[in-house]
Design a protein around this ligand. Structure first.
Ligand SMILES: N[C@@H](CCC(=O)N[C@@H](CS)C(=O)NCC(=O)O)C(=O)O
Length: 207
């Protein structure tokens, strides 16, 4: 839970996009925060005030200090550390980081769908790379005991898998189809989906 002298503000566009993993970590941890939305086309007036001219940012007001953090994965990693979703050891953290980078590679294939007019064709073009990426993750999950992607405990890497599968659906793909041949990932995603706070979060996405 966020402590009473802390205020967190996550600033991003309406879809999950690059803020999805941070929103999911905050939802899982049951943290109240200001989910501030910038509508598409309305970035220009604030662009100059953002550290890298882009979203997301996370503003942390705590103990009389205000810090603005930028870069989606730095934000998510900070939140994962803060809410104990990074495992227990340096190697747990490294395993989670490895998976997060691998998921980032898959995400870039799906984000690319937004940038073109013929979304269906782009999705079809990029689907083999998405499936290969997931197969690689399936092997990593298998090698790590089959339950969690890092650290043999729930980490933000497991939540990032869930966020990725939501993105697949958001760009018009079918999460079940992309997970064909990946039974361990499918079972892990089912377990993550069944977590009460994740269920609640998914419900907000469906609106
Ligand atoms: N490396 C950055 C990339 C951020 C990024 O590309 N943000 C996009 C939205 S997903 C953005 O703000 N685009 C508007 C712009 O660049 O003017 C991160 O991971 O946060």
């Amino acid at each position: 839970m966020s402590s009473s002298n802390t205020k967190l503000t996550l600033l991003y566009f309406p879809p999950a996009g690059r803020a999805g993993i941070s929103r999911l970590i905050l939802a899982y941890a049951g943290v109240e925060y200001d989910n501030k939305i910038v509508e598409f086309g309305k970035l220009a007036p604030i662009k100059g005030s953002l550290p890298y001219g882009q979203l997301p940012t996370l503003t942390i007001e705590e103990n009389g200090k205000t810090v603005v953090l930028a870069q989606s994965l730095a934000i998510a990693r900070y939140l994962a550390n803060r809410y104990r979703l990074v495992g227990h050891t340096a190697m747990d953290k490294a395993e989670a980081d490895e998976v997060i980078d691998a998921i980032g590679d898959i995400q870039s294939k799906l984000f690319a769908v937004f940038l073109v007019e013929d979304k269906k064709a782009k999705l079809a073009e990029n689907m083999p790379a998405v499936k290969t990426g997931l197969k690689n993750l399936e092997s990593r999950l298998d090698a790590r005991g089959g339950q969690h992607l890092a650290g043999n405990c729930l980490t933000w890497a497991d939540l990032a898998l869930h966020d990725l599968l939501q993105l697949v659906a958001f760009v018009g793909g079918d999460a079940k189809v992309v997970l064909e041949g990946c039974p361990l990932l499918a079972a892990l995603n089912d377990r993550v989906s069944a977590l009460p706070n994740v269920k609640k979060y998914d419900h907000t996405l469906a609106k």
